[in-house]
Design a protein. Structure first.
Length: 360
């Protein structure tokens, strides 16, 4: 919205700064951060009053989690509100990719909100049925993938770009739409599974989003794409502003989510953030790189899949408890140990993912 102030510029004044994505990204970050600090306490107070007992604690979970009883959930409202407000203020609203990512984020936030509300109101873990959540999530992802494809350069439409092998494009045809749907829904649910300890999910999400933001900015500039030998997708640079809002809102939320958490992000936040990561990857044609950058989320999801399949087949468990962060809790690791070590893993994987940009 503020980009329209450039119409008042003669090319050498303050208004000219609004032409630059980096300047507006900084503004989006500060706006979202301020939003988080300003609205965090009142939101937590409202959630605490409305929810009473807070998020239900799993009876079969680690014993240390019972001390968290009464902590309110739906804190993801703070993150989503901050990053959408910052994006609407600072991004170019004539950019279709910005709307695609915001639509996915808001859509998955609503799914998560309905799920959190059902759990809190019933006082148990039976929220919205999984099949319903998946059906709605795939519907949102189908629309997002189709719209993104319409605005991709013709040479990249329905194509799957590979990291490292940058001259190779796999033509998936119309199968690209269901593939992109799986990327977005899979990312949303992988982040959702990771959100099990105070601060565990939000920092890896911010690390992954910064990495994808750098990629979005790079592939949106023809000079950078020539140097990095990646495919040029004009217009994706504006996604950096959304990412800046996500990071600012995420830091604002982390202030209240740091152990011991005053609020949990809930499915409202985790599904929205995961969906956003998947949408950015689809828009920028870096779906495979997302699996590297977000490798921590992939491992968390795989641990659940392996546990369920192996248990159904043998009646035994591979992990003491799934997702895998609970396995390490059962092994005696303290919560801060798990959280910080997983942050380190997330950072390493993000750097590896970014390194694929310049591998020849």
């Amino acid at each position: 919205m503020l980009y329209w102030l450039t119409a008042l510029s003669d090319g050498g004044d303050l208004f000219n700064l609004f032409r630059y994505i980096t300047f507006r990204a900084g503004g989006a970050f500060l706006t979202a951060l301020f939003f988080g600090f300003l609205f965090g306490p009142p939101l937590i107070n409202v959630l605490r009053r409305r929810q009473g007992k807070g998020q239900p604690i799993r009876e079969d979970g680690p014993e240390t989690h019972f001390a968290k009883a009464g902590t309110p959930t739906m804190g993801g409202l703070l993150i989503v509100g901050a990053m959408l407000t910052a994006t609407l203020l600072w991004a170019r609203l004539d950019n279709p990719y910005v709307w695609v990512v915001m639509m996915v984020t808001l859509g998955f936030a609503l799914i998560g909100f309905a799920d959190d509300y059902a759990k809190v109101s019933k006082g148990n873990h039976k929220g919205v049925p999984g099949k319903v959540r998946l059906a709605i999530g795939f519907s949102i992802s189908a629309v997002a993938a189709y719209v993104a494809t319409l605005f991709h350069p013709e040479a990249l439409q329905h194509q799957l770009a590979l990291p490292v092998f940058k001259d190779v494009l796999l033509n998936l045809g119309w199968f690209f739409i269901p593939f992109a749907m799986i990327v977005i829904v899979g990312s949303a649910n992988a982040v959702n599974l990771t959100d099990g300890l105070d601060g565990l999910a939000i920092m890896p999400v911010m690390i992954a989003s910064v990495s994808l933001g750098v990629i979005a900015y790079a592939v949106g500039r023809v000079d950078f794409t020539e140097y990095l030998d990646v495919h040029y997708v004009p217009g994706t640079g504006e996604i950096l502003i959304f990412v800046a809002g996500l990071v600012g809102g995420g830091l604002g939320f982390l202030w209240y989510n740091a152990p011991p958490a005053a609020v949990f992000m809930g499915d409202t936040g985790s599904l929205a953030l995961g969906g956003a990561l998947g949408a950015i990857a689809v828009v920028t044609k870096h779906e495979i790189v997302l699996a590297i950058i977000g490798g921590l989320f992939v491992v968390e999801a795989l641990s659940v899949i392996i546990q369920v399949l192996y248990f159904k087949r043998t009646g035994k468990r591979v992990f003491l408890m799934a997702p895998i962060h609970h396995h390490y809790e059962k092994k005696g690791w303290s919560e801060p140990q798990i959280v910080i070590r997983f942050w380190i893993v997330a950072l390493i994987l993000a750097l590896i993912g970014l390194a694929t940009l310049k591998v020849r």
